[in-house]
Design a binder for this molecule. Structure first.
Ligand code: ACM
Ligand code: ZN
Length: 544
């Protein structure tokens, strides 16, 4: 079998040159290297999927996906050799970590068989994602498609990502999305090899995760009188039997979503907002707010005064208990603790917060915020996790081992001082902004701003001028979807596509391989994939 491979490679290198710059498949994100070969592989009802030394889960997932659209029930078999004629072979080559890396893969489509090789199961998964994009777009349909020739062009692709954090954030507080809807979002991320789902579970308008020790967080904090934000009540379906708007995930739901994500090699980063944006929690447990503080209802025009009292020891006991349950549910390395937009007026008026400033020798409320985050960092670290927070956690000094998520700055500075950072600047990554300012485009209502596709495509997660020795601290880039004006999944999808492809390319593809016109050509093919999946998107034909 080795001989066949060597022979195959030889033929491959002879043929490849005649296809240089030829008609390449429309892959998103654009892989590192593509060599077109001649001919094609025909996927038929006789095709077998095999796995060699591992990759069984990836092989099975591929078979399940292919079964839906092709109707073929392809066998999945453990193999003792390289793939033979008619086989799609997954090869887990753990000894090749140096060449493939943690997430890289090779896929070689010969006319008679296909090799998907990687050193990790994640790499095999990404190889299988590329394989799906090599097939006709109809392969993404959930229904059996008739009259399609399931051909794959012969090609050799070697690929690995530029960044390790390829993120997407969904806010499920401003509007609630069910477990099934979240799983759909995870599938959409997997389409483009994104690997980090930042789940914004907590904000002023709703607490969405069951915490067993504090049942009122979801009994009270997960519900509000109406949909708010001036939206039509029938634009959403998340109502209880009393007509109240909201919802939450049980701990079992969370475990299921975590497993669903893991099968797609996606890590979930839960966000538990503090000390601000905490009206929902403080409505349920007002004893953790500063005494006499007002807890505003922000979607009714109030200011964001939902802030935990930093002078009250009970606040930290409460948050420690909450974070203990959260840490137990999410196997990933990071817990996001928010930290953005903390209104300090309550702290200024609170005797306990002022007493804390004095007793800790702090200069002001900004240092009180840093004190707060440092205490939370110790709690997070003691549970084997790392803390990550928004730009503002730099105020008053960044906690020692904290990672920063840059939305309004601080990323480059933090990386240069040895902290890990994720870049999600508003200028490139805020998918809640309008996709067009053209009145003729008739865009659905958004929060404001303007973030056209072309702008996202210009995003480089690596800050300019960051000295080389600090560049490894830049983990990658992330798109954020805040949902004040996004009450349902159709609209989530509309705001995600085609933008997520541009973001994925910023995170995955080599910088010098990026070309916007070329991307648009590929994105046009991708519209057909989204059509097959029944996913909503903003058509490329609409004006910017
Ligand atoms: C944020 O957009 N407030 C992080
Ligand atoms: Zn206080």
């Amino acid at each position: 079998m080795k001989l066949k491979l060597i022979l195959g490679m030889f033929v491959l290198s002879l043929v490849a040159s005649s296809f240089a710059g030829g008609n390449e498949p429309a892959l998103i994100p654009q892989p590192q290297n593509i060599k077109m070969l001649s001919g094609q592989f025909d996927l038929t009802s006789k095709t077998k999927i095999t796995f060699f030394k591992g990759g069984q889960d990836e092989a099975k997932l591929l078979a399940t996906t292919l079964r839906k659209s092709t109707g073929y029930k392809l066998p999945v078999e453990n193999s003792l050799s390289m793939p033979m004629a008619g086989e799609i072979g997954f090869l887990l080559l753990t000894n090749k970590l140096d060449s493939y890396g943690e997430e890289g893969y090779n896929i070689t489509v010969f006319t008679n068989c296909i090799y998907i090789e990687a050193a990790t199961s994640a790499g095999l998964f990404y190889g299988s994602r590329t394989f799906l994009q090599l097939l006709p777009p109809e392969v993404f349909s959930a229904e059996k498609q008739k009259g399609i020739s399931w051909n794959v062009p012969a090609v050799e692709i070697s690929d690995s990502p530029r960044f390790v954090w390829r993120g997407f954030m969904l806010d499920v507080s401003r509007h609630f999305f069910t477990k099934a809807e979240v799983e759909q979002v995870l599938d959409l991320m997997a389409l483009y090899k994104l690997n980090t789902f930042h789940w914004h579970l907590v904000d002023d308008q709703g607490w969405r995760i069951q915490i067993k020790k504090y049942p009122k967080l979801t009994e009270v904090g997960a519900w509000r009188d109406d949909i708010g934000f001036g939206l039509a009540s029938n634009s959403a379906t998340a109502y209880d039997k009393h007509g109240r708007y909201g919802g939450f995930y049980t701990q079992n739901d969370i475990r299921e979503v975590v497993a669903y994500a893991a099968a797609r090699h996606i890590t979930i980063v839960p966000e538990i907002e503090m000390p601000g944006h905490s009206s929902a929690a403080l409505t349920a447990y007002p004893q953790f707010a500063c005494p006499n503080a007002q807890i505003a209802v922000p979607d009714k025009g109030g200011v964001f005064t939902g802030v935990y009292c930093a002078g009250n020891e009970a606040t930290f006991v409460f948050l420690e208990n909450v974070l203990t349950e959260v840490a137990g549910l999410f196997p990933g390395k990071y817990i996001h603790i928010g930290g953005d937009e903390v209104v300090k007026s309550n702290w200024m008026a609170c005797a306990e917060c002022q007493a804390r400033i004095k007793s800790e020798g702090l200069k002001n409320e900004k240092e009180l915020q840093a004190y707060f985050i440092r205490r939370i960092e110790k709690i997070v670290n003691a549970r084997g996790k790392n803390l990550i927070g928004w730009s503002e956690i730099r105020e008053g000094g960044l906690a020692p081992s904290a990672a920063l998520m840059d939305w309004i700055g601080g990323g480059a500075e933090s990386a240069a001082s040895g902290h890990d950072v994720v870049m999600a600047p508003t200028k490139f990554c805020y998918f809640d902004h309008y996709q067009s300012t053209n009145k003729l485009a008739m865009e659905p209502k958004a929060i404001g701003g303007f973030l056209p596709l072309k702008k996202i495509y210009q995003f480089d997660p690596m800050p300019t001028n960051l000295p080389t020795e600090f560049q490894s601290h830049v983990l990658g880039g992330q798109a954020n979807l805040w949902t004040e004006y996004i009450p349902n999944l159709r609209k989530v999808e509309y705001m995600m596509f085609p933008r997520l492809g541009a973001l994925a390319e910023a995170d995955w593809s080599p910088k010098d391989a990026r070309d916007f016109d070329n991307f648009k050509t590929r994105a046009a093919v991708n519209e057909k994939r989204l059509d097959a999946m029944g996913v909503n998107y903003r058509p490329l034909s609409k004006p910017d």
